[in-house]
Design a protein around this ligand. Structure first.
Ligand code: TRP
Length: 363
């Protein structure tokens, strides 16, 4: 089967380097490697509204931020269809049909949704739309017959839910939809990049993010204040790598050629780690190295973003074209879905002819 890549992001803020190593970097590589039929990347504004219903302006303002981050990272509208979820009404239709295929107790077991409900303090008043977003996410994926979905680890339960829906749908209505495969980052540090404070996840509310659009000074400051090893008090003390954010970031960003460029005293990351653990290597030096690597990676992204920021109407124009193309694809799938579900009344000449005959014979 030909590959169809699809993924998306909620527009609740600018994208940060956790998004980058978790999925964005991979998407751009996949896009440029070729060998696929289609690549879809979308801005999940309708999903963002499920827990921001009273803050539509936040979602509205962040659509462009995410679009700019996409373009800055190298997503290319000539190769990737970039669109906005809410502009594809077929997704709502498909979600509605999928709702019949999922039980309430199955949704209650979704670990990501469970955690999110706790974090958002919904208590007893979880909005139905939020509770059911894994179903709408299954529609996002299957409306485009995606075969591969590059996302972070937290999206695993959504893909499992999607595959259950696809199997159930195909079993009941006949082979129509495609089971997607998750594409996770292959490096453990990229799977879940911690915040600069060492907390498990980067999040805007914790103020522990490095954004793709942060300027050089902000990045430098963020690394300087980064959490390391609290037991590594003096340079000569042995250092620990576990939970040491600076080393986790190096695992995610460092390539061997960075040593030749910025720190030729070491041949590779293993040598550096060894010295750190032995003692005699200060955090400041390691942080300086990490800063150099991050600046090298982020500078071209910043520059491209700045260029795209000069022509915002053109970015909206690109998004509009993407929506048109995406809508045409989703509409085709929905035609198949309606046919499979036996709700294609007006397109089924046979149905009408047979019923006409039956009723005529009744007299
Ligand atoms: N839930 C994803 C996130 O929070 C966004 C998303 C919505 C998505 N629909 C999707 C990702 C479909 C992949 C495929 O980032």
């Amino acid at each position: 089967m030909e590959k169809i890549y699809l993924t998306g992001d909620r527009p609740t803020g600018r994208l940060h380097i956790g998004h980058y190593v978790g999925s964005l970097r991979r998407r751009v590589e996949l896009q440029n490697a070729g060998g696929y039929k289609e690549m879809f990347v979308f801005i999940a504004d309708a999903q963002a509204l499920t827990d921001n219903i009273d803050n539509p302006e936040k979602v509205r303002q962040n659509v462009i931020e995410v679009a700019l981050d996409y373009l800055a990272c190298g997503l290319d509208p000539a190769k990737t269809t970039i669109y906005i979820q809410s502009q594809i009404p077929e997704l709502c239709e498909l979600t509605f049909y999928f709702m019949d295929l999922v039980s309430v107790s199955r949704l209650q077991r979704n670990p990501t949704v469970k955690t999110e409900i706790g974090m958002r303090g919904f208590k007893e008043s979880v909005p139905v739309g939020f509770f059911t977003y894994p179903i709408s996410q299954a529609a996002d994926i299957t409306a485009f017959k995606a075969t591969h979905v590059p996302v972070g680890e937290d999206q695993k339960p959504m893909l499992e839910q999607t595959n259950e829906i696809v199997r159930r749908f195909n079993y009941i209505y006949g082979d129509t939809l495609v089971e997607p495969q998750i594409l996770l980052p292959d490096n453990a540090a990229c799977l879940r990049l911690p915040g600069t404070d060492g907390k498990a996840k980067m999040s805007k509310s914790l103020g522990n993010c490095i954004y793709l659009s942060d300027d050089r000074k902000t990045v430098e400051k963020a690394v300087k204040s980064m959490y390391t090893d609290p037991l590594h008090l003096r340079v000569e003390d042995p250092g620990h790598l576990e939970g040491n954010t600076v080393f986790t970031y190096l695992d995610a960003f460092c390539r061997t050629e960075h040593f030749a460029a910025y720190w030729p005293e070491y041949a590779n990351l293993d040598e550096l780690k060894e010295h750190y653990q032995r003692g005699g290597l200060g955090d400041g030096k390691v942080k300086k190295f990490l800063t150099a690597i991050l600046q090298e990676e982020l500078e071209p992204i910043r520059q491209r973003r700045h260029e795209f920021e000069q022509d915002i109407p053109a970015v909206y124009d690109m998004l509009k074209k993407g929506c048109e193309k995406a809508r045409a694809v989703a509409a085709e799938t929905l035609d198949e879905v309606r046919r499979a579900m036996r709700i294609d009344y007006f397109d089924d000449a046979q149905l009408i002819a047979e019923q006409a005959k039956r009723f005529a014979a009744k007299k």
